[in-house]
Design a protein around this ligand. Structure first.
Ligand code: ZN
Ligand code: FE
Length: 258
């Protein structure tokens, strides 16, 4: 029996906001603060009282609402130690290995640098749920703004190590664009092709493609598949490291136009 309720809502251009509520303890966290009005609306819809902000990284569409939310609700702001000075209102700076919980529900913090150097993910292991911010997307991954390709690959490997059934809540609805790119990298992956069609149907119906699962990403997301022989052959990178192949895929995506 799950101990948390996740309330997902679209906001800004293509972000997802998330409230995580623990009924047993009557605590509620917002994962990041992309859009203050949208968060307030979600709280009102559910009738929940906000108690925590859990930030994944410092970008404005993730921490930009911190000050207004803290001012209004007096919540505890928890965020990445590696970029704590860039997280408005931070009360507790955390990193991998730290003990963290929301009410009585334990959370494992993963350091996943690359998109930003301090980026963290929140893994609710007992709930088989992970909030990954802008590190892993459905059929994609975050741009490597601050780190290096090997560093980002190392971060994705940590997420790949989570159980296949883990629900992956990422911070953006980028899946349709990612899908168009993914089939250029691994066109003969039948499960990928089927997923791309499913994504098309969902988006045409105005439905979210998020969350996905670690297992589905493992089998279909090209950024997680640099060891696949078909991808290596296509990119003519046989014999290179997984980090190198990942770097080439990420570079191609950076200049990809559907
Ligand atoms: Zn970001
Ligand atoms: Fe973002």
């Amino acid at each position: 029996m799950s101990k948390i309720i996740v309330h997902q809502f679209p906001c800004l251009q293509d972000n997802y906001g998330y409230l995580v509520h623990v009924p047993d303890d009557n605590v509620t966290a917002t994962i990041d603060t992309p859009d203050v009005a949208a968060i307030e609306n979600a709280l009102a819809v559910r009738g929940w009282t906000l108690t925590h902000i859990l930030n994944t990284h410092w970008h404005a569409d993730h921490a930009g609402g911190n000050a207004a939310i803290k001012e209004k609700y007096g919540v505890t702001v928890i965020g990445p130690r590696g970029e704590a000075e860039k997280i408005p209102g931070i009360d507790r700076a955390i990193g991998e290995g730290d003990k963290l919980s929301l009410g009585t529900v334990p959370i494992k913090v993963l350091d996943v640098p690359g998109h930003t150097l301090g980026h963290i993910a929140y893994w609710f292991e007992t709930e088989t749920v992970a909030f990954v911010g802008d590190t892993l997307f459905a059929l994609g991954c975050g741009r490597v703004f601050e780190g290096t390709f090997p560093q980002m690959w190392g971060s994705l490997l940590k997420l790949l190590a989570l159980p296949d059934e883990t629900l992956v809540y990422c911070a953006h609805e980028y899946t349709a664009g990612n899908a168009a790119f993914a089939v250029t990298i691994e066109p003969d992956n039948k499960e990928l092709v089927a997923r791309v069609e499913k994504v098309r149907e969902l988006r045409a119906a105005g439905q979210p493609t998020v969350p996905s699962t670690i297992g589905l990403e493992r089998r279909t997301n090209p950024f997680l598949r640099p060891s696949a022989p078909a991808i290596r052959a296509r990119l003519q990178l046989e014999g290179r490291s997984d980090a190198d192949v990942f770097g080439e895929i990420r570079t191609r995506k950076d200049s990809f136009r559907a």
